[in-house]
Design a protein around this ligand. Structure first.
Ligand SMILES: NC(=O)c1ccc[n+]([C@@H]2O[C@H](COP(=O)([O-])OP(=O)(O)OC[C@H]3O[C@@H](n4cnc5c(N)ncnc54)[C@H](O)[C@@H]3O)[C@@H](O)[C@H]2O)c1
Ligand SMILES: [Zn+2]
Ligand SMILES: [Zn+2]
Length: 361
């Protein structure tokens, strides 16, 4: 039996998103059907609808979600109907060359549902990041469901499924921020503010938030930034150096995804420091740096895919910290919106009015 639900789709490049009837198959072997309770609006959804990620339209958007497992297919033992789960886009395969080398957070063959969700006319939908959760129900690989405590509110839990995990992990895992480190975060949207929070959780000393919007900087301070810089008003590289004894930060996290902000990150770090790129660039972007500076400044230039997280390790740990009052994830939820509010949420994101809009079902 297939399920008919309403979902938010991007039909063609650049066109506003629209509501459509989505046909969701019953779960087959290794799959799970999830009734979505909440799904955050991430900048990556907007990248999809603008054609910045690929051309496989129509897309079923939404990928920062939590919900209840409604049914599972054959061979599924890790989750069962009734479980409260966060959806993830890193269901590790255990067999690819990254997994075999003991680095499953890089898994190159992550699992998604084998069956396709479609529109009523049969056209196959591409679910954003293999999830597609701006819909009443979605079909995923069972490994994409991570069971967590049902005491966490779905609007809050879902955010760990993408942006907040990406930011926390950029600091904790990829950047390996440690006690006393100085950290700068360029771009303090949902992802960047989560990187600020991650740096604080790791015991960083100075944590500098950089953005072009004062509202974002106020949120960054609320989440633990010790200093903030509006890069429209001051040169962020100079300010970060001033705030770190003239040297630059130990770890600089770029959470915008543009060559100019990457260049700022590159020069705002101390010698032998670390740059973490978590912002997602578009295919047309180019970076030009003197190769001598790449050599001479040393250190590590890293990219962070999904915060180098392992969902089954990290989601329960982070929700536990949240329930103990040590991780204020609720501060990321600026507003809850209905399913037909996604296009307006993109506009609010563009105007800098929200950290996260979350669709509540
Ligand atoms: N690597 C990953 O796994 C991963 C996961 C999720 C999202 N992302 C990416 O992270 C980026 C941020 O996502 P988000 O949801 O926080 O988006 P967002 O739109 O909420 O935040 C972007 C922030 O950057 C700021 N900004 C824009 N131009 C700037 C500039 N020149 N200097 C300083 N700040 C500037 C904006 O004011 C805004 O606060 C996006 O590119 C998104 O696709 C990456
Ligand atoms: Zn793998
Ligand atoms: Zn996302």
């Amino acid at each position: 039996m297939a399920h008919e639900v309403t979902g938010v789709i991007a039909r063609s490049k650049g066109a506003p998103v629209e509501l459509a009837t989505v046909i969701v198959p019953d779960p087959g072997p290794g799959e799970a059907l999830v009734r979505v309770q909440a799904c955050g609006v991430c900048h990556t959804d907007l990248h999809y609808r603008e054609g910045g990620i690929g051309g496989d339209f129509p897309y079923l958007l939404g990928h920062e979600a939590a919900g209840i497992v409604e049914a599972v297919g054959g061979g599924v033992t890790d989750v069962a109907p009734g479980d409260f789960v966060i959806l993830n886009w890193r269901a590790v395969c255990g067999q690819c060359r990254a997994c075999r080398r003991g680095r499953p957070w890089y898994c190159f063959a992550t699992r998604n549902a084998a069956q396709k969700m479609t529109l009523a006319d049969g056209s196959v939908l591409s679910p954003a990041l293999g999830i597609g959760a701006f819909a009443g129900k979605t079909l995923v690989a069972a490994g994409q469901c991570t069971k967590v405590s049902p005491r966490v509110r779905p609007e809050v839990a879902g955010l760990l499924g993408c942006g907040v995990m990406a930011g926390l992990g950029a600091a904790l895992n990829t950047g390996q921020v440690s006690r006393g480190d100085s950290v700068a975060v360029i771009g303090c949207g949902g992802v960047g503010c989560a990187a600020v929070l991650g740096a604080r959780l790791a015991g960083a000393g100075t944590v500098i938030g950089v953005d072009i919007d004062d509202r974002k900087l106020a949120w960054a301070r609320e989440l633990g930034a010790t200093d903030t810089v509006n890069s429209r008003a001051a040169d962020p590289v100079e300010r970060i150096r001033e705030l770190t004894g003239g040297h630059g930060a130990d770890v600089v996290i770029e959470a915008v995804g543009r060559p100019e902000t990457y260049t700022q990150a590159f020069y705002a770090r101390d010698l032998a420091g670390t740059v973490v790129l978590v912002g997602v660039p578009t295919p047309d972007m180019r970076l030009e740096l003197p190769l001598l500076d790449v050599f001479g400044r040393g250190g590590q230039l890293r990219s962070s895919w999904y915060g180098d997280c392992l969902p089954d390790r990290d989601f329960p740990m982070l929700t536990d910290l949240h329930l103990r009052g040590r991780l204020p994830l609720e501060k990321f939820v600026t507003e809850t919106i209905p399913l037909d509010g996604v296009e307006e949420a993109f506009a609010k994101m563009g105007r800098g009015e929200v950290l996260r809009s979350v669709v509540a079902f």
